[in-house]
Design a protein around this ligand. Structure first.
Ligand code: ADP
Ligand code: MG
Length: 453
């Protein structure tokens, strides 16, 4: 529940108590009205008292029964009552914040374009496609976990989102959790650090995570080397024993994930591992044709151009789509009668696409950002809050996320070990800026074009 919701509940409860007339108005104004509802958890309402006097007034038998009945009136359910001091409450705030973040993580909006219908099947991905589709329709899960591995840009994230979109539409009652493993890791690490009355907040986060029917973890390689593996392992086992379906993607075969505990690897191997490889020629062409659907009016494109693209860019579907987009975009500028091979080659020579042989890395993004802004690594890693430096960092954070889906923790490491919460809020701001701030968008585009050199 949001803090605001507790405030609303408490306002009503206090007004009921006041109306009951049990406390004279002076007592009510000076003491009772200063209380707060901190949270309601497992059938217990935690009520914050500012001073011992308030506690003594509240703690009488009639006081408690009045509180309970007023709470019942508002909540329509019985709760027991626990009083906590303001000091103790403030210690619990990090735990509440963490709970909130976990809840946010659980509220994924799946990309509407990434559906099964929009996914082109071919030999290269047939097994992965079938495994993902069939786990959506079966209640008893034959293969658990399903592990999809393959190079970047071959449709792994697309398939996970397709599962999410399908379930949301066809079986809206199912609870689906989706996360980049990097984001999950950052929540787990925080839970281990966050103190509460039981020690730390791990149990609470765990119980939020295991309350799911589908658990989709993208890019599991980010879990490597992380001290959160222990917690992940127990969450994983609990999910399996509850017959929740787990689907994991990775850019390498499970056995090559050397930074993972061997018992995790053997768990991953115990389900179904399917490889997804680069699309064969026909599949690539079908993907291009799918992309062209609805664009027919804007431009005519020759068949041999599609052949050319399919031959040249099939290593990574992102590049395949990127090259086509570039042609369509340039056709809107130059208005040729038809996009023919000459046109295509001229455009694509002029602005080469990042080819998958020169793989994009976070270091390359850093280099491009510093080049664009005329800075050194030291500048952007440092502490200075000069406007130009702040902008450069934000562009770096945005692109590392958008292009490489890097975990906040790893982005923070590249920026002089900045805290991942700082990175995460900067990213959130950047996502809004890109819509509203022309200069920011331009900087992002320019840096992107440098990445293609
Ligand atoms: P990965 O997660 O494996 O790096 P993505 O799922 O992000 O790859 O795919 C990259 C892009 O290519 C996305 O826009 C996705 O929709 C598209 N794509 C990949 N494979 C296919 C396919 N078989 N059919 C249609 N689109 C695809
Ligand atoms: Mg992906």
């Amino acid at each position: 529940m949001e803090p605001q919701a507790y405030k609303e509940i408490w306002k009503q409860v206090l007004s009921d108590i006041q109306k009951a007339g049990y406390y004279d108005s002076e007592t009510f104004d000076s003491w009772i009205s200063k209380t707060e509802l901190f949270k309601i958890e497992d059938g217990t309402a935690f009520i914050v008292y500012p001073t011992m006097i308030t506690l003594n007034i509240l703690k009488t038998e009639q006081g408690i029964s009045l509180l309970r009945s007023s709470l019942y009136e508002v909540l329509k359910e019985e709760v027991s009552i626990q009083f906590i001091s303001k000091q103790d409450a403030s210690k619990l705030i990090p735990e509440i914040k963490l709970q909130q973040r976990t809840q946010n993580l659980m509220r994924t909006d799946f990309n509407e374009e990434y559906t099964f219908e929009n996914f082109i099947e071919g030999n290269s991905n047939a097994e992965a496609y079938a495994a993902c589709l069939s786990c959506c329709t079966q209640k008893k899960h034959l293969f658990n976990p399903i592990m999809i591995y393959g190079n970047s840009g071959l449709g792994k994230t697309h398939l996970l989102h397709a599962i999410g979109n399908y379930l949301k539409k066809e079986r809206p009652e199912t609870k689906v959790f989706y996360s980049y493993s990097g984001d999950l890791v950052s929540i787990l690490l925080d839970a281990m650090k966050t103190k509460n009355i039981h020690g730390n907040a791990v149990d609470q986060v765990k119980s939020q995570l295991i309350d799911n029917d589908y658990f989709l973890i993208d890019d599991i390689q980010n879990l490597q080397q992380s001290s959160s593996q222990e917690v992940f392992f127990t969450v994983y086992n609990e999910l399996i024993s509850r017959n929740a379906q787990i689907v994991i993607t990775s850019d390498m075969h499970p056995s090559e994930l050397s930074g993972l505990q061997s018992r995790l690897i053997s768990r991953f191997n115990s389900g179904l591992s399917v490889n997804i490889v680069k699309p064969e020629f026909d599949t690539s062409k079908a993907i291009l044709k799918k992309k062209l659907e609805g664009n027919e009016e804007i431009c005519q494109i020759n068949e041999d151009v599609l052949d050319y693209l399919a031959h040249k860019f099939s290593n990574d579907v992102r590049n395949l789509e990127g090259s086509l987009n570039k042609l369509i975009f340039n056709a809107t500028l130059e208005n040729p009668d038809v996009i023919d091979l000459d046109f295509a080659q001229r455009i694509l020579m002029k602005e080469p696409i990042v080819s998958s042989t020169s793989e994009l890395t976070i270091k390359k993004i850093k280099k491009a950002v510093t080049r664009f802004y005329g800075l050194t690594y030291k500048d952007i890693e440092g502490k200075s809050r000069q406007k130009k430096l702040m902008n450069a960092r934000q562009v770096f954070i945005y692109l590392s996320r958008e292009l490489l889906h890097k975990a906040y923790v790893s982005i923070g490491q590249e920026l002089g070990n900045r805290d991942h919460t700082t990175i995460s809020s900067s990213y959130d701001r950047a996502v809004k800026l890109i819509q509203t701030d022309k200069n920011f968008k331009m900087a992002v585009d320019k840096v992107k074009s440098l990445l293609e050199d």
